[in-house]
Design a protein around this ligand. Structure first.
Ligand code: NAP
Length: 275
């Protein structure tokens, strides 16, 4: 019988995960099908009861990454540290979760050649992805500053060990950083013309600038490249967090090149994207 997998979220129609995971299942020779399911906030409990009966595993995306926690039977240390899950394995009807976003970010960073940089990292944003990125960087012993539109939202990141900085300290922090990461939706969709960089910002010429947004040439990465910095978009993180989910479900090493290729093909096919 075909093993079923899914990603649940709302909205979900633009997700690249079905293309990416179906490519990995095909490459591994597994009889499995992965599909996107729109699940509203109100429908989450009933959807989880159904998935626990019918599926082997699923991914969780906005708006359920945090609200799913009380519905889980087991959560690993990453989920507990972040207060958010993105991957669930079904074992005899029980739901066991992990969060592969921190691993996905670090694997993408290593691929972009920024894994060994050791000075200071600056992260824009204080939402779910920022929490995963900050957690991952702190675990590698990096000094991390966070700049967020709503500073109070960054307080849990300060509790993890990051330094929250305001507008006044931003130019100096940017000039100092050897890694700058955009964890806001600026540069995407309706915000496509916007950048988290303040006007006149000067970046370190050797810095690596990573935008979690993918599928667009964002103003942030355009400006970073203009200043001579190295740039990387969010597609590799998407692939690497997906590869870690695949391992969590199957115990098999996935065909990462095939997953990346499937994502690129899907990006080319579509006009807009979400993770
Ligand atoms: P989130 O939890 O909603 O957090 C978004 C953050 O961006 C918040 O700090 C928010 O500030 C800030 N923000 C939103 N609009 C802004 C604006 N107009 N100006 C300044 N700041 C603004 O979202 P998320 O899950 O962290 O996702 C953020 C981005 O990363 C999205 O584009 C998502 O698609 C992408 N992403 C990519 C991957 C990947 O694998 N590549 C994984 C996860 C997420 P407030 O608190 O003030 O609203």
């Amino acid at each position: 019988m075909t093993d079923l997998y899914a990603v649940i979220g709302d909205p979900i129609a633009q997700s690249l995960s079905p293309a990416m995971h179906n490519a990995a299942f095909a490459s591994a020779g597994l009889d499995a099908l992965y599909e996107a399911r729109r699940v509203s906030r109100a429908d989450l409990p009933s959807a989880l009861r159904l998935l626990a009966r019918s599926h082997r595993g699923f991914n969780v995306t906005i708006p359920h990454k945090e609200t799913i926690l009380p519905c889980l039977d087991e959560a690993d240390g990453v989920v507990r540290a972040l207060g958010a899950a993105n991957t669930v394995r079904v074992d005899e009807g029980r739901l066991g979760a992990t969060n592969t976003d921190p691993h996905g970010f670090l694997a993408a960073l290593d691929t972009a050649g920024g894994g060994q940089d050791a000075r200071a990292a600056l992260v824009f944003g204080a939402g779910g992805s920022a929490r995963a990125v900050v957690h991952a960087l702190l675990a590698r012993g990096r000094a991390v500053s966070v700049h967020a539109r709503t500073p109070e939202r960054a307080l849990p990141l300060a509790a993890l060990g990051a330094t929250v900085i305001g507008e006044r300290d931003l130019p100096a922090a940017l000039a100092e950083a050897d890694l700058v990461v955009n964890c806001t939706p600026l540069g995407m969709g309706d915000l496509a013309s916007l950048s988290p960089l303040p006007a006149g910002a000067v970046l370190d010429a050797g810095a690596l600038c990573v935008d979690l947004v993918y599928g667009y040439e964002t103003p942030f990465l355009r400006e970073a490249a203009r200043q001579g910095a190295r740039v990387s978009d969010g597609l590799e993180m998407l692939v690497r967090q997906g590869a870690a989910s695949f391992r969590f479900w199957t115990g098999i090493e996935p065909d990462i090149a095939g997953m990346r290729e499937a994502c690129r093909a899907a990006v080319e096919e579509r006009a807009c994207y979400v993770s």
